[in-house]
Write a protein that binds this ligand. Structure first.
Ligand code: NAP
Length: 324
């Protein structure tokens, strides 16, 4: 029997409840994975709250990244063996003690990348990878602004940008978060709860502005983010932690002939060769110490609602994992 955390209706964290599911059998091409650690991500709250369309007819098991051990193989699976340590990131279904996953979504975990770290970094680390290499392929010597710098994606992205020789300015809510981000690659931090980030970016860049803004806050920041860009700069909007930016208009880009993109990780990872190369690169950076993955909150799987409350209340830093 598998234990899962699901929502029957859209709503607040209180809609999350435990259900028992029969242990599934892997079909052709599938692998049964016993989870050891499950990542919590802001996208989980979007599905739970109903911001994103409900993707199933039945109870929705949330969760989009996890690590675990292979315990059974379906027909035709030759590249995994029972006992292999694996991880994956696919939309929903991960808040469960064991599940079947199509083998095409799995990657093997190398020594030196623990299950906790993998569950804390598959979705967030691959997001940092595509943001920096595909959405806006940032170059050494450039200056960028990254919002929510002390968050799960933010702490990974700051370290990765600094390793590339990029000057990265971060924003975060409060002095403690700013101090944490400053230890993870951010050259300058702005406390956007007490400072106007547009004014501060202008001061820091001597009026030049930044080459790109990576904005996952949405409603509260998009207009300001555009005001921080150089002419021909790029806005990468990859989330909406404060809500969707409904006032945004294409004509807003005319202020500086700006480029805007609104990417989604799963479109990148659908390409198996990208999944393999990006996760190899992520794991190498973790193993050689360039990227430190901060698992700063741990909860029992059955307490997933508390993890959601903390994330939405802006009380977390770095990554959060659930232990089944
Ligand atoms: N498009 C994609 O492919 C993709 C993939 C992964 C993640 N994302 C997005 O990236 C963002 C970061 O994800 P994450 O899981 O690492 O979360 P996170 O950054 O750890 O948490 C979200 C942070 O957003 C900030 N925030 C600002 N306004 C907020 C508000 N009104 N309510 C709640 N938080 C607010 C808070 O940091 P401060 O207190 O410092 O402001 C909070 O800690 C999310 O928006 C997520 O949806 C997108």
């Amino acid at each position: 029997m598998a234990i899962a955390i699901a929502a029957s209706v859209a709503g607040g964290p209180e809609v999350l409840h435990q259900i028992d599911l029969p242990t599934p059998s892997p079909k052709t091409g599938e692998v049964l994975v016993q989870h050891t650690a499950i990542g919590v991500n802001f996208i989980d709250t979007y599905f739970r709250s109903g911001l994103y369309p409900w993707p199933v007819e039945s109870d929705l098991v949330l969760g989009s990244e996890a690590a675990g051990v292979v315990v059974a193989l379906g027909d035709g699976v030759s590249n995994y063996a029972i006992g292999d340590r694996v991880a994956y990131t696919i939309p929903n279904g991960a808040y469960v003690s064991e599940r079947v996953v199509d083998a095409k979504h799995l990657v093997k975990l190398p020594d030196g990348v623990s299950d906790d770290v993998a569950a804390a970094s598959m979705l967030k680390g691959l997001t940092a990878h595509y943001l920096l290499h595909r959405s806006y392929p940032v170059q050494k010597g450039q200056t960028v602004l990254f919002h929510a710098a002390a968050g799960g994606v933010g702490l990974i992205a700051g370290q990765w940008l600094a390793a590339k020789g990029v000057t990265v300015i971060g924003t975060a809510g409060g002095p403690e978060k700013c101090a944490l981000a400053a230890k993870h690659g951010y050259a300058q931090m702005i406390d956007y709860k007490s400072e106007d980030f547009v004014t501060r970016v202008a001061e820091i860049t001597n009026g030049a502005g930044v080459d790109a803004v990576y904005d996952s806050i949405g409603k509260d920041t998009i207009a300001g983010s555009l005001n921080c860009l150089k002419t021909f700069g790029t806005l990468v909007n990859f989330g909406q932690s404060s809500g969707p930016a409904l006032d945004f208009k294409l004509s807003d880009l005319a202020a500086g002939s700006f480029t805007v993109t609104r990417p989604v990780l799963f479109h990148f990872t659908a390409d198996r060769s990208y999944l393999e190369s990006a996760s190899a690169s992520l794991f190498e950076m973790i193993q050689n110490g360039t990227l430190k993955i901060n698992v700063n909150q741990r909860y029992d799987l059955t307490n997933a609602a508390d993890a959601h409350r903390a994330l939405e209340a802006r009380q977390t830093t770095g990554s959060t994992v659930l232990i089944p």
